[in-house]
Design a protein around this ligand. Structure first.
Ligand code: NAP
Ligand code: MG
Length: 402
């Protein structure tokens, strides 16, 4: 058959362990037979990051900025044990952290509703998207222990030498201390990517923080969202029939539990980290969630929300069959191919992305599922291994692309 052409490339970032195995299987079974894949390949597998002194990660992030679309496999963030396991030159930083810092954007995570699986919150009939700011705050903090009495101060020395100083606390004994920051430009990028994403998805946008306590810090986030909404986005939201609304984060969790879902929930970096695991679990599994990093200047990086599934990989290395769920990784590819198609005005690639996702959902609806889902479904189907799942999806696809 004639494969679907792909005139412009996307940045392809390979990764580690079980997801690296699935990566190659997905390409061979579900992509290459149907699409004339056009990618710039970056091997972010830990051995190659080590070989290149992690330069490959930066090169990959720059490729996303140049090509506007990237797809990334899960990667190991090394700790001391990994340094030993892989004989690394050093404990390289998290590739996701490096890429996020270069793209300066927002990570959107949306559960993929599993046919036959009731969310833990029965009222949530529509998936909730978490929009997590992925710059600064606690993830770039400075912290230390205080060994004994003394005064902690917050000091800012302006470029012109002016000093501003405020007492944080007069310690009468030992304790801990932490400082963190964010930038107006990054907060504004965050707000813009949330407004644009909500418009694209035609979903209401909520932003939640705690500006009653952090009047200046969280206040800056709240004020930025409100200003951009009032000055720029309100007419487009009204035309799309959606709303923007701010609420305190504790009020928002209560409202969300009572809601039917279906919103985009914008959250600061830490809040988004915590809440996205709660949302994904409520809808089933980390392996049933899409994740895309969107930068305000229009770059998109698609990935799975889960890690490299190390425990399954060690079983795979022992020659055992694994029942690792490839859905989030397949949806990373379909998301990237659809976006490439949209940017290039090419309908066939977008249609293929839709068909691929439909083939996955039809396969699950037939009860062909991996172990993680089999245990959650009321029908208790017998799980298939990863290869069995992929070949069932391929059979669905071939019905259409024979
Ligand atoms: P993980 O890879 O997400 O796996 C944790 C557990 O969740 C697995 O052992 C498995 O449970 C279940 N699971 C996750 N994905 C699954 C899938 N697709 N199918 C079936 N079950 C799945 O997290 P981890 O074990 O904490 O981390 C492993 C490595 O991944 C670490 O080196 C970490 O640095 C890296 N990591 C990378 C990313 C990323 O690149 N985006 C994100 C997180 C972690 P059972 O074993 O009970 O079946
Ligand atoms: Mg987390």
């Amino acid at each position: 058959m004639n494969r679907i052409p792909m005139p412009n490339p996307i940045a392809e970032m390979d990764g580690d362990e079980m997801t690296r195995v699935l990566w190659a299987d997905i390409k061979r079974e579900l992509l290459e037979p149907f699409v004339a894949l056009n990618t710039e390949y970056y091997d972010l597998g830990l051995p190659h990051r080590d070989e290149t002194d992690d330069a490959v990660t930066t090169a990959a992030a720059e490729a996303i900025r140049r090509l506007h679309v990237g797809v990334k496999c899960a990667t190991i963030t090394p700790n001391a044990q990994r340094v030993e396991e892989y004989g690394l030159k050093k404990m390289w930083r998290s590739p996701n952290g490096t890429i996020r810092a270069i793209l300066d954007g927002t990570v959107f995570r949306t559960p993929i509703p599993t046919p036959g699986l009731r969310p833990y919150i029965p009222g949530w009939t529509k998936p909730v998207t978490v929009a997590r700011h992925s710059y600064g705050d606690l993830y770039k903090d400075t912290e230390f222990r205080i060994q004994g009495p003394g005064k902690a101060e917050l000091v800012f020395t302006a470029a012109d030498g002016t000093v501003r100083r405020e007492t944080i606390y007069d310690f009468e004994g030992p304790g801990v201390l932490q400082g963190c920051f964010n930038k107006d430009s990054s907060i504004e990028n965050f707000a813009r990517s949330c407004f644009e994403y909500a418009l694209g998805e035609k979903k209401d946008l909520w932003f939640s923080a705690k500006d009653t306590i952090m009047k200046i810090y969280d206040g800056q986030f709240k004020e930025t969202f409100q200003r951009l909404y009032d000055q720029e986005y309100r007419p487009r939201f009204e035309a799309a029939g959606i709303t923007y609304f701010y609420s305190l984060i504790d009020d928002a969790v209560a409202r969300l539990i009572r809601s039917e879902g279906g919103i985009v929930w914008a959250l600061k970096n830490y809040d988004g980290d915590v809440m996205s695991d709660m949302i994904s679990t409520a809808f089933g599994s980390l392996a049933m969630m899409t994740s895309v990093l969107v930068s305000a200047d229009g770059n998109y990086e698609y990935e799975a929300a889960h890690g490299t599934v190390t425990r399954h990989y060690y079983r795979y290395l022992r020659g055992e069959k694994t029942s690792t769920n490839p859905v989030a990784t397949i949806f990373a590819w379909s998301g990237a191919l659809r976006k490439r198609g949209e940017l290039d005005g090419g309908g066939a690639l977008c249609a293929f992305a839709d068909d691929l996702e439909k083939a996955v959902m039809d396969t699950i609806a037939r009860g062909v599922v991996t172990g993680d889902l089999a245990g959650l479904l009321e029908s208790r189907p017998e799980p298939v291994d990863s290869a069995g799942f992929l070949s069932a999806v391929r059979a669905e696809l071939e019905k259409k692309y024979a």
